[in-house]
Design a protein around this ligand. Structure first.
Ligand code: 3EB
Length: 314
């Protein structure tokens, strides 16, 4: 049966249904209480457009919380969130993925459709490796132990924050979402070794046929063609390449899908906002209303990448 899964980006102060609430502000933490998990992963949204990302399912919300792991189960969707130290990152990531995926399996939600990963100092060094690589290795080790096949990876985001702590949270369903790859890009799990000794394990997007219609969950998407970064030092050209990648994913998933209901733009340099906003507005000008856009300061996994965009079509 098609799962019931709902999502929107709302202004602070809106009454929220039980579910997963993601708030970007100066704090970093996970707060779970009856029927809710609130994640503040240590990223700052750029004012004045402040939104809370809200996900929920149908039926009663059943929460189980035992730090570092917080679960919230609806009839046919499970939200799971993990918070812990981000040193040593490789071991902590492995631990987070094992605990999260084991909890999903125990509850018979065996298919993560979407996952977000945040940690500090993404370009820092850890035992001779860049911390993003340490993260990729820990994730790959956990997925290998759990025997998760490459073709059934969730859509993902991995972004560097300015606050300590590893935050990983996910949405899982009982039946798999369809993984969508981008014909303009090499699948991340086939990237050559020079980016990381263990390739990043994620799908470019996942398409979930929910009870209320198709939902496309788009991974963090950047100015990468093939496997190479394009347009270093040119934020407008990177933004154009990124929206071309977003469009390619939309076209691959099916043109009958609506445009994105919201996009989140991670900017390495907040001062690039106006330039990037212009490119996005131009690309989605025929869409009425256009996507809601949330802006956040965040460090993208390759030093030359100045922005990354994720979103949801539903
Ligand atoms: C890229 O396309 C840009 O390692 O989970 C985007 C989304 C990126 C997710 C991840 C990395 C990840 O390779 C970086």
């Amino acid at each position: 049966m098609a799962p019931h899964l709902h999502n929107r980006l709302v202004s602070p102060g809106t009454t929220l249904p039980d579910g997963l609430h993601v708030r970007l502000d100066a704090s970093a933490g996970i707060h779970a209480e009856s029927g809710q998990i609130e994640v503040t992963p240590g990223l700052e949204a750029l004012p004045p457009d402040l939104y809370i990302e809200n996900w929920w399912g149908d039926g009663p919300a059943r929460g189980t919380s035992a730090a570092p792991l917080h679960l919230l189960e609806f009839d046919d969707v499970l939200f799971a969130a993990w918070q812990g130290p981000d040193h040593p990152l490789r071991e902590q990531t492995k631990q987070a993925y094992r605990q999260l995926l084991n909890a999903c399996r125990e509850r018979r939600f065996e298919h993560p459709a979407r996952i977000w990963n945040y940690f500090s100092d993404i370009h820092g060094d850890e035992q001779g490796q860049e911390r993003y690589q340490a993260f990729c290795i820990g994730r790959a080790e956990a997925l290998e132990t759990l025997e998760v096949p490459l073709g059934s990876m969730p859509a993902a985001t991995a972004i560097g924050t300015r606050q300590p702590g590893l935050f990983v949270y996910l949405i899982a369903t009982r039946a798999p979402a369809r993984a969508i790859e981008n014909p303009r890009q090499v699948s991340a799990y086939h990237y050559p070794e020079r980016y990381s000794p263990r390739s990043p394990a994620f799908a470019r997007a996942t398409l979930l046929l929910t009870a209320t219609g198709p939902m496309l969950m788009v991974s963090g998407t950047a100015s990468i063609v093939g496997h190479e970064s394009r347009h270093p030092d040119d934020v407008v050209a990177q933004a154009r390449e990124t929206v071309a990648n977003l469009q390619a994913l939309h076209d691959t998933a099916g043109r009958e899908l609506p445009g994105p209901s919201w996009l989140r733009v991670y900017l390495r340099r907040p001062e690039d906002r106006a330039a990037v906003a212009g490119v996005i507005a131009e690309h989605y000008k025929a869409m009425k209303p256009g996507p809601v856009i949330q802006w956040a300061q965040g460090d993208i996994c390759r030093p030359e990448l100045l922005l990354e965009i994720e979103g949801v079509h539903a």
